[in-house]
Design a binder for this molecule. Structure first.
Ligand SMILES: Nc1ncnc2c1ncn2[C@@H]1O[C@H](COP(=O)(O)OP(=O)(O)O)[C@@H](O)[C@H]1O
Ligand SMILES: [Mg+2]
Length: 336
């Protein structure tokens, strides 16, 4: 896509708060990002950094209460998903935005044959007859690499292996030819060989179908092989964002640098190279008043403790388009 063309998805200033008995949890704090058509955006960050809550906020999947999507705009084409009716949002979820989550056993209904579960969105959103939907469902199953697809339509979820169930979820997510696919740690629960197969499948489908993808993972190693661009999240914020090669070659945020060190080396010295970032991510009871990473950061100085850094461009492109980082530290401050 040419630079400057309208993105398929454009999120600005998203804020999501949970109201709990212990008070408010500010899980997503002013998150902004965009997704160009056909691109694969990797979203990384350790557990609890706000990746899932961000994506679920976009498409109205969080129960409210306790969740409160308090601010922001989520433009899909020319519609703001935070402003449309619940019915319209359900249509968007079925037809425009597909999603695949970590555990396919909780997403598939155990009491219905998988064929019916793939046919349902085709009948509801695409207006196909049952007969047409059955034909299309078999095509979809075969497209995601399930052998003997027609016969397998009559099988139940428990009759599939974990990897095959995840393929079924992908078939459902892609049934209505969505503009955007959101994949939230879709391979995390699978063993390594199956993970690699699912990754290959997604790469292949992306080539064939050309949808834009948001791929969430806590593993930067996975991102390296598939993403065009990467967004790093920490403490409910975007702390850095860049094209994938740029991010690996020129990481700016101390958290991104630490994450990169956790990737096992390709030369085999796994044990030695694997570093764990010490400490815990913060749970924010209010809007952040300091850098969320400062307590774990080797570079933190006074300003980091009193002022949450805004995202600033690293190159001369606007924030969010090229490479940007939310960090007070620069080579200049280091010598100040
Ligand atoms: N139902 C909930 N009630 C309160 N806090 C929640 C709830 N769901 C998620 N959170 C909080 O939101 C934060 C972000 O969670 P999440 O988006 O699931 O992280 P990630 O997907 O990056 O692992 C976490 O601190 C988590 O404790
Ligand atoms: Mg998650």
């Amino acid at each position: 896509m040419a630079d400057g063309a309208a993105p398929v998805l454009d999120v600005q200033g998203l804020q999501t708060v949970f109201r709990t008995r212990g008070g408010e949890v500010h899980a997503v704090n002013s998150v902004s990002f965009h997704l160009n058509s056909g691109e694969l955006l990797g979203v990384v960050g350790e557990s609890g950094s706000g990746k899932s809550v961000t994506m679920m906020s976009l498409i109205g999947l969080l129960p409210s209460p306790p969740a409160d999507v308090r601010a922001g705009t989520v433009m899909l084409g020319n519609r703001d998903l935070l402003k449309i009716s619940a019915d319209d949002l359900r249509d968007v979820r079925g037809a425009k935005v597909g999603f695949v989550f970590q555990n396919p056993m909780t997403s598939l209904n155990p009491v219905f044959m998988v064929g019916n579960q793939i046919m349902e969105p085709l009948i509801r959103h695409m207006g196909l007859t049952r007969k047409q939907a059955a034909v299309r469902a078999a095509e979809l199953l075969s497209m995601v690499g399930i052998p003997d697809a027609k016969a397998r339509l009559n099988a139940y979820p428990h009759q599939f292996s974990g990897g095959m169930r995840q393929r079924v979820m992908i078939a459902i997510a892609l049934a209505c030819d969505p503009d955007v696919l959101i994949a939230d740690e879709p391979t995390t629960a699978l063993d390594v060989t199956i993970q690699a197969q699912i990754l290959e499948l997604i790469k292949d489908l992306r080539q064939k179908l050309g949808m834009a993808i948001v791929w969430i993972t806590h593993d930067l190693g996975v991102i390296a092989g598939i993403a065009d661009r990467v967004m790093v999240m920490y403490g409910g914020q975007v702390v850095e964002q860049a094209p994938v090669r740029e991010l690996f070659a020129n990481p700016q945020h101390p958290y991104t640098r630490a994450l990169l060190k956790t990737i096992p080396s390709l030369t085999g010295e796994r044990e030695e190279r694997l570093q764990v970032i010490e400490g815990q991510p913060p749970i924010l009871a209010g809007p952040p008043t300091s850098c969320p990473f400062q307590a774990r950061c080797a570079h933190a100085f006074d300003r980091c403790r009193t002022e949450n850094p805004q995202r600033r461009a690293i190159d001369d492109s606007p924030v969010g388009r090229g490479h940007d980082v939310a960090c007070h530290w620069t080579p200049e401050t280091a010598h100040a």
